[in-house]
Unconditional design. Structure first.
Length: 561
């Protein structure tokens, strides 16, 4: 049984297998990515599931690359995947494997099937194979090369391996059943000829196994007990079983679960690659991308992604998860753990006319009200400040309680001020707001309890650090990015306002020394992270991780009016 109270249909299967001693009491899982792109949030769910199951049952967890397609695979992807798995806490210890490690064994297995009369070399082109495969209601047509004698197949397969046959002219196919109701069993391709250098094997191989031929064999070789896959592989399971049974080798158990689908999010590797290659985003690590490296750069924590994966659970039925649940997870984590700070994104200057010109006070500010042990920091206060433009209205709308002519507000951690005068430039733009302060209302003093209706944040003009702030939002404007008008594609649903760059922000002094990846709650604004690529000491760049509250639903409703 499990060592904790987690329960789902996969763990119920494992519990039953342990009762019957199906795998001699072993539990051994794996995460088997193809190194043809960067991992996304859907892969995070699979990593979490496979690793946590192995951990819960005191079993083993492998990281194995299904590197069977040299035309699309790169070492860059391998390196990024290893980093992502480790960042998410997937500890594979010394069990890092590659499908390419097993190419020789797979080749020998293929030869064994040829000798049994269960595989043959076919001269049909890829298009011809597709056209003869049949439909869901009609059987396929047998290849004219299906009944080649064993000896001829062995010779041709060896010639394929030696590189003596051009790409696309021959394949090795399994001989199963062209009339099977499962199209995957209609003589599937096992090997194709590819004269392309491999990122690990170099030019050693000219024939490469297909994913379906390699996948189950890899699990068998590694002694995987429970091969946990997403639902799209359910119809492939009979093919994996056929290969393993015909070879007479160790047989893992495949279990399928529903893949992750999230609103406003695209999780197709092919589409994500298109976004990168066509420069709709700045790269795989663009903070708007649903890649793990993108989430990490944006400021998401591994803990928040784990929390999200645990909260959505494991199901046998496809569903769509509201992206708000993912955003809730990062808010939950950062509300408890992120240091507070004051940052003014759209500044306007305030001058406190009755405050001494050369005086500077050092005021204590709470680092995190959710964590007393976080203590306090010092923020400088002087005659000239910056506040948010939105925190002042010369002609306030109804129920506007922030600063306006003749009204009072409290400055966070400081004093109550009152607007006395507005200074404008020749174009009528407000350039200064002149205020007076009440020295008896300093935070922390016994006389500071006079009530006003609003508290706003600020930074000292003399000590403020200039910063760039990038306001990231959802990359798509529709819940289903594939829902498009006729003649258009998913790109038509890109959100034109998914990134807003603010270059004249003012932040409190301690943020000038923020390290790459540091996370903060900018009070009254949102959660932000120091950009790992572009931020420099004294010239910080901050990425918005998420707003303080879910405002998207309100924006969508307004757009429908």
């Amino acid at each position: 049984m499990t060592t904790n109270e987690k329960s789902d249909f996969i763990r119920e299967i494992i519990d039953e297998d342990l009762k019957t001693n199906k795998f001699e009491g072993r539990v051994h899982t794996r995460f088997p990515p193809e190194p043809n792109g960067y991992l996304h949030i859907g892969h995070a769910k699979s990593i979490r599931l496979n690793y946590e199951i192995a951990k819960d049952y005191q079993g083993k967890f492998n990281l194995r690359f299904d590197d069977t397609n040299p035309e699309k695979e790169e070492q860059e992807y391998v390196d990024s995947i290893i980093e992502d798995v480790k960042w998410l806490g997937g500890d594979f210890e010394d069990r890092l494997f590659y499908a390419s490690d097993y190419f020789e064994q797979m080749y020998e297995f293929a030869v064994a099937l040829i000798k049994k009369g269960k595989a043959y070399v076919c001269d049909l082109s890829a298009d011809e194979i597709r056209s003869t495969r049949g439909t869901l209601t009609e059987p396929g047509t047998e290849s004219p090369y299906r009944n080649r004698i064993v000896e001829e197949n062995l010779i041709l397969f060896e010639q394929m391996r030696k590189g003596n046959i051009p790409d696309g002219t021959k394949t090795l196919r399994a001989k199963i059943d062209m009339a099977s109701p499962n199209i995957n069993l209609r003589d599937p391709i096992m090997y194709r000829i590819v004269h392309e250098g491999h990122h690990r094997q170099g030019d050693k191989w000219c024939v490469y196994p297909t994913y379906d031929w390699a996948h189950g064999i890899e699990d068998s070789i590694e002694g995987i007990t429970h091969s946990i896959c997403t639902l799209e592989f359910e119809n492939h399971r009979p093919l994996y079983d056929w290969y393993i049974n015909e070879l007479g080798i160790y047989h893992p158990q495949q279990i399928e679960f529903a893949r992750l689908n999230i609103t406003y999010t695209m999780l197709s590797k092919r589409r994500l690659l298109q976004l990168v290659q066509e420069h709709h985003v700045s790269g795989w690590d663009d903070p708007r991308m649903p890649t793990i490296v993108g989430f990490r750069r944006r400021g998401y924590t591994a803990e928040s992604i784990k929390m999200f994966c645990d909260k959505i659970g494991v199901s046998k039925k496809d569903s769509i998860i509201d992206v708000a649940m993912l955003e809730w997870s990062i808010r939950e984590d950062l509300n408890k753990n992120a240091q507070r700070a004051m940052a003014v994104l759209n500044p306007v200057k305030v001058i406190i006319t009755n405050y001494p010109e050369n005086k500077v006070e050092e005021l204590p500010a709470v680092n995190n009200p959710e964590d007393e042990s976080a203590g306090t920091r010092i923020v400088p206060f002087g005659r000239e400040l910056f506040i948010e433009q939105d925190d002042f209205r010369e002609v306030p709308p109804p129920k506007y309680y922030r600063l306006s002519p003749g009204t009072e507000v409290r400055l966070r951690y400081a004093y109550i001020i009152k607007c006395a005068k507005v200074i404008k430039d020749a174009q009528g733009n407000i350039i200064e707001i002149h205020c007076i302060y009440d020295p008896e209302t300093k935070s922390g003093l016994p006389t500071a309890n006079r009530k006003v209706k609003a508290t706003i944040h600020w930074v000292s003009a003399h000590d403020a650090v200039n910063a760039e702030v990038r306001l990231y939002d959802r990359l798509f404007i529709k819940e289903d990015p594939d829902e498009v008008e006729e003649g258009k594609d998913f790109l038509s649903n890109l959100n034109p306002n998914s990134l807003q760059v603010l270059t004249h922000c003012k932040v409190e002094p301690m943020l000038g020394a923020a390290a790459p990846g540091d996370r903060f709650q900018f009070e009254r604004v949102g959660y932000f992270c120091t950009d790992a690529k572009d931020s420099k000491p004294g010239a910080p760049v901050f990425n918005r991780i998420v707003t303080l509250k879910d405002t998207w639903a309100k924006i969508v409703q307004q757009g429908k009016k």
